[in-house]
Ligand binder design. Structure first.
Ligand code: PLP
Length: 381
């Protein structure tokens, strides 16, 4: 049996060959602990870690010392939200957008249970937080705001620079979960002054299990408490032996993105448009979700009217594609993102999220479109 076509690039991506090559020495011969700088092996590890840190910083227009390695975006988000909230003055509140990933919503709700007041910022019909919506909903007490750079379901990109301006004027720090944006669209933190940014290597050709929290140097400094104790690594903010091989992989993925990101974005956007054109030609009444222009180049999110979501997903055996819903306790639940957009429950359940990767080809797009169209037609017969 041939493998299904992988079009779930928002969940993860294959490791790019150049990334695997960069990691290989650290999976085989090299093995030093970057904290053991008294000898050759330790210094070699520390040097590789610092090279990787510089590669991450360069992609984002940050400084290497502002980059803190984590196990991924989930940890980076937890560290940003809990680490900052726990150091804020009494009476401070937290605000996050209604369409955040669970890796932001869950820590925000935990903080709320621990008596940090929480405001959910609403979104426009494209799933974006606009400066006006932020201005209208942000309470005077808000000192930390978390709004994602781009949405992991519908791909919409937020006007992050303008949101940062509102936050700063109102005396709040802005954290951005950029897990879906980094490596896919240009990010220059010198021109987009967010204060904290989370990223994840496996969303753009890097390995799973590594990411970073970028903490901009500000005056006064952003207050941050570590989640764990046990060592002085990563400026005492993330104790534990750093995973050098994984960090090297993240650095290599950033390096690759730095040189190929613009061309690659055009390539996948062309393929994404081809997929949408084919699907529309085959099934006239598909609904496309998300912003038509301000959207990730590798995202296509559609809802399929007059089809039951569970049957649609069960029949799509030739493509690995994500449902626009979360499978909670054994049954499909409409996604909170689509619900925030006002999409009906049945339509939300019959949704498909396509995510293209660096490995996606035109042939795969055509074959995937044919399969999806055939399944929808069969289900409607
Ligand atoms: C927006 C967003 N944030 C956070 C995460 C979690 O990232 P990681 O797998 O690195 O913990 C994801 C991955 O699905 C995501 O899409």
């Amino acid at each position: 049996m041939t493998e299904p076509i992988f079009l779930d690039g928002h969940s993860t991506t294959p490791v790019a060959p150049r990334v695997a090559e960069a990691m290989w020495p650290w999976l085989t011969g090299k093995f030093g602990n970057a904290s053991s700088q008294g000898h050759h092996h330790g210094r070699q590890a520390a040097d590789s870690l610092e090279t990787a840190r510089a590669q991450v910083a360069r992609l984002l227009g940050a400084e290497p010392r502002e980059v803190l390695f984590t196990s991924g975006a989930t940890e980076a988000n937890n560290l940003a939200l809990k680490g900052v909230s726990r150091r804020l003055p009494e009476g401070s509140s937290l605000a996050v957008s209604a369409v955040e990933h669970r890796a932001v919503l869950d820590p925000a709700r935990r903080l709320q249970r621990q008596r940090v007041p929480l405001t959910l910022i609403p979104v426009n019909p494209h799933g974006q937080v606009t400066p006006d919506l932020l201005e209208q909903t942000l309470p005077l007490t808000a000192r930390l705001v978390s709004v994602m750079w781009a949405n992991n379901e519908i791909g919409s990109i937020n006007p992050v620079a303008q949101l940062a301006e509102v936050c700063h004027r109102r005396g709040a720090w802005l954290h951005c979960d950029a897990a879906q944006a980094v490596g896919h669209i240009p990010i220059d933190l010198d021109h987009t002054p967010v204060d904290l940014l989370s990223l994840s290597a496996h969303k753009f050709g890097g390995p799973q299990g590594v990411g970073a929290l970028v903490i901009r140097r500000r005056e006064p400094p952003i207050p941050l408490e570590p989640l764990w104790e046990g060592g002085g690594q990563e400026h005492r903010l993330r104790p534990g032996t750093p995973a050098v091989a994984l960090a090297v992989g993240l650095g290599a993925a950033c390096d690759l993105a730095h040189t190929t990101q613009l061309v690659e974005a055009q390539r996948v956007a062309t393929l994404r448009d081809r997929l949408w054109a084919r699907l529309q030609a085959g099934v006239g009444d598909l609904v496309r979700n998300g912003h038509p222009l301000d959207t990730l180049p590798h995202n296509l999110h559609v809802s399929v009217p007059q089809v039951a979501g569970d049957r649609l997903h069960a029949r799509l055996t030739e493509v690995s594609v994500s449902a626009g819903s979360a499978c909670a306790s054994g049954h499909l639940e409409p996604s909170h993102v689509l619900r925030a957009l006002g999409v009906s429950e049945s339509l939300a359940l019959a949704s498909l999220r396509f995510g293209l990767t660096w490995a996606t080809t035109a042939q795969q797009i055509d074959a995937a479109a044919d399969h999806v169209i055939a399944v929808i037609r069969e289900l409607r017969d």
